[in-house]
Write a protein that binds this ligand. Structure first.
Ligand code: AMP
Ligand code: GLY
Length: 428
């Protein structure tokens, strides 16, 4: 069977590597892919947001399953287009992908289905005065979220009313977030520890993967600006079996049941971003309609069941008859980014040490490219994700950092504290 993975980041490289281990030996295509995916798949130069091009590629090449990595094509309706063309797909319909594509839709859905989340109000264009009055009377910090996709940059956690008012004006008035910001969700600040739970579902049956923890800020100790994610590990001990049981009962089941009841069943991978307070009470911060990046780079290597069987079960409505098997140990991923990330960075820096790193850990490519001479060079903000495995989180982290330290490129930027929160919980 031929399987097409859509995307070009570390998440998609991890999908390609996982699928390449399937005993069924699928033929793998990746669009557009990166130098890492090229090692196990055929890269095809179709952009991840080129819906027509992707449907044509899948049709022409007789693709039997499409796995969509990023959110943009899903929110634009790629899964619907593939379904119309009779091609099985892992990824939600445009209607269901609104759980990520519109924060206002997600908040409304959670309210209808009784799912725990921060209290909030939504304001549209022309409601700047009402929004201002609401924000002025809101306890601090207050959180403002641009409604649409904003590549992780649509959230402002305001510590003062002045900052909140300015952010609101930018979002509702100034066009700082483009169309994404013409509606704003104002919500209460949640404190606790963040973690994410991934649900693989055909809309009815579902399985849960071990909880993961991302590191969103650029700097050690969770300082500096938000990024796409600087590292992750799984399982995340903050999500105890009791917390996971609550997430399943209070979030996963009501969401899947509610979406199905309303005629927009959620099929694909549901990313549940959570805040877990000191009492172990989970609240939803956000939903994403896809795997996390870099969370996929720790979850997929822990799978011991055939990932192809699992993805086919999602696409063909067989998840209820499927179980997922996961290794007992831990996985940790350290992201190597370019200097300047999450701001702009200079591409074209020569990368060395990839083979030495591979002796310790799995090297997932993200923002890399081949130079005309055939060398691997940097080409983006997040360059590589180095995933270590071990019997314990400590061993997984040691392997990931041993690999990360072998890789060199000018301006290499990484966090040194990936997994520390998990280690502290395991120690106490
Ligand atoms: P999002 O784009 O919704 O993932 O938000 C980005 C980040 O902002 C989250 O990962 C959290 O760290 C933070 N955040 C979002 N909403 C809240 C909230 N209600 N309370 C505290 N932190 C939040
Ligand atoms: N790592 C966060 C995300 O994929 O959205």
């Amino acid at each position: 069977m031929t399987v097409l993975v859509v995307g070009s980041g570390g998440r998609e490289h991890a999908l390609v590597v996982a699928l390449s281990r399937s005993p069924r030996r699928p033929t793998l295509l990746c669009a557009p892919g990166n130098p890492g995916t090229a090692e196990a798949a055929e890269n095809v130069a179709v952009a991840a947001d080129d819906l027509d091009g992707l449907v044509a590629l899948a049709t022409d090449r007789g693709v039997g399953l499409v796995i969509v990595g990023p959110e943009v094509p899903l929110v634009a309706g790629l899964a619907d287009r593939l379904t119309e063309a009779g091609i099985p797909v892992v990824g939600p319909s445009k209607a269901a992908a609104r759980l990520e594509g519109s924060k206002a839709f997600a908040k409304d859905a959670m309210a209808r289905f009784g799912v725990p989340t921060a209290s909030s109000r939504t304001f549209g264009l022309g409601e700047l005065d009402e929004a201002r009055a609401y924000v002025d009377g809101h306890p601090l910090p207050v959180v403002l979220k641009a409604d649409g996709l904003a590549a992780g940059k649509g959230v402002v956690v305001a510590e003062t009313h002045e900052v909140a008012r300015d952010a609101l004006a930018d979002m509702l008035d100034g066009g700082a977030f483009g169309v994404a910001g013409s509606t704003v969700v104002v919500e209460a600040f949640l404190s606790g520890e963040e973690a994410s739970v991934f649900v693989l579902t055909d809309g009815e049956g579902y399985v849960l993967l071990p909880a993961a923890q991302d590191h969103k800020r650029i700097g050690d100790g969770d300082t500096g600006p938000n990024t796409g994610g600087m590292g992750a590990y799984a399982p995340a001990p903050v999500v105890t079996p009791a917390v996971l049981a609550r997430v399943e009962a209070e979030v996963v089941r009501p969401m899947l049941d509610g979406m199905r009841r309303e005629g927009q069943p959620y099929r694909g991978i549901l990313y549940v971003g959570l805040m877990i307070d000191a009492q172990g009470t989970p609240s939803v911060i956000e939903f994403n309609c896809r795997f996390g990046d870099p969370e996929a780079q720790v979850l997929l290597p822990l799978l011991t069941s055939d990932p192809l069987e699992l993805f086919e079960a999602i696409a063909h409505g067989r998840v209820g008859q499927t179980t997922v098997e996961v290794a007992d140990g831990a996985a940790a991923c350290v992201v190597l980014a370019s200097e300047g990330y999450p701001g702009p960075s200079t591409p074209g820096r020569l990368i060395s040490g990839l083979n030495r790193a591979a002796a310790h850990a799995t090297v997932y490519h993200a923002g890399t490219a081949r130079s005309p001479e055939g060398n691997v060079v940097t080409s983006g903000g997040r360059v590589l994700g180095i995933t270590g495995l071990g019997d314990t989180l400590e061993q997984a982290l040691a392997a990931a950092y041993a690999g990360a330290d072998e890789v060199q490129f000018a301006g290499k930027t990484l966090r040194r504290d990936i997994g520390q929160k998990g280690l502290r919980r395991l120690d106490s």
